[in-house]
Write a protein that binds this ligand. Sequence first.
Ligand SMILES: Cc1ncc(COP(=O)(O)O)c(C=O)c1O
Length: 474
Amino acid sequence: MTVTSVANNGSAYFPNEPKGPSVKTSTIPGPKGKAAIEEISQVHDIGAVKFPVDYEKSVGNYLVDADGNVLLDVYSQIATIPVGYNNPTLLEAAKSDEAAIAMMNRPALGNYPPKNWATMAQEGAIDFAPKGQKYVYYQMSGSDANEVAYKLAMLYRFNNLPRVNGDFTEEEKTTCMNNSSPGSPEVAVLSFRHGFHGRLFGSLSTTRSKPVHKIGMPAFHWPQAHFPALKYPLEKYTTENQAEEDRCIEEVEHILNTHHCPIAACIVEPIQSEGGDNHASNEFFHKLQATLKKHNVLFIVDEVQTGMGSTGAMWAHEHWNLPTPPDMVTFSKKFQAAGVYYHDKNLRPHAYQHFNTWMGDPLRAIQAKYIAKEIREKDLLQNVKTVGDFVYTSLEKLAEKHPGKINNIRGKGKGTFIAWDCESSAARDAFVGRMKMNGINIGGCGVAAIRLRPMLVFQQHHAEILLSKIDELI
Ligand SMILES: Cc1ncc(COP(=O)(O)O)c(C=O)c1O
């Protein structure tokens, strides 16, 4: 099968990008991809492999698979590629002495940071931090970032308990060695139904998106509140949606008043991503913050998937205009480094209460610095806004043209962070399959949703290809 290419008519960020997708094999993976999977299976778990990729040949918004098929990628390695495959600025940075030295001399940062680590962390995180955030803990992954945010909240609470002489008690020191209270106190993190915060032990207990993520694993007995289930189009259901959001806030209040143990923190995604691209209004998040403040519960915003530009703002929660910054903001994915932003130095626990060997990676801080530079210099936030608006309005037209096929479009004014529901889960999966065979790598989420997660370098001419394929294959 050969897919007709569409003219590249914009001023492209990647002049050497293919003109459009092209699929040559009758399946993806094709014969070479299948052979590669067979080889990989000898050494690695292939249970979730979709198809092997030729990363040398992939460029900009286009992924090239092992068989030479060229796919327009609007899924971007589960929303993680910020500025295109083989971005020349990043490749050049990778060749620098700065990057080579950081890569080949990876330090135990908590003990032996590079002498210029303050500058590296400033340029690699703080310079583009969410408004009001001043400090950073680097971590390894999104799950790990959330785990650390929970730990910081719990340790903050524990360390500030009233004690004689301020030191931990002998009882606390002995009981923690037996995993029992008061040294290992029972304390919880509140999360929302359909939220996803990762798969490590603490983060998994706050993840509520699909049974397959959790089944078979022990979990903390932590509470969950409903996340608003809004009706679309939003303009038509303002009264119902407001009532729904109020109901969820009342539930949060009820949980905070009645849970069997203290709640140290509440975590929420600005847009519940894995759980189906579920949105809530700015007012909902204002009310949530106020409720948490009233109960002295720390507010963690999980920007692992929404952060670094894809909603048209560097950080999705900046759309809310909160009166004060959240206590912590976690990040990963497009940032390439992972971690936690915070603004109150009192959240730093005693030395070694939170620690691991690497405590981050200077190489990833360098990478993040260059990603942020690319975003700034190429004005990519503006690009995301403009292209996002174009995609959103075009999808509305397609929804009218194909009644019942493109439902509950969401993400208006949120850049390219756009999603819609298919008629059913099976219809969604079949559509994803057809798109792939026609040169578009696209992803789903939740029960029956399609989510768009293109890179920040996704332009009008790419959007036109995407939209024409949706029109043809929905
Ligand atoms: C909102 C959110 N939080 C946390 C995570 C976990 O990140 P990781 O898979 O890097 O551990 C994800 C991953 O999809 C996510 O979307």
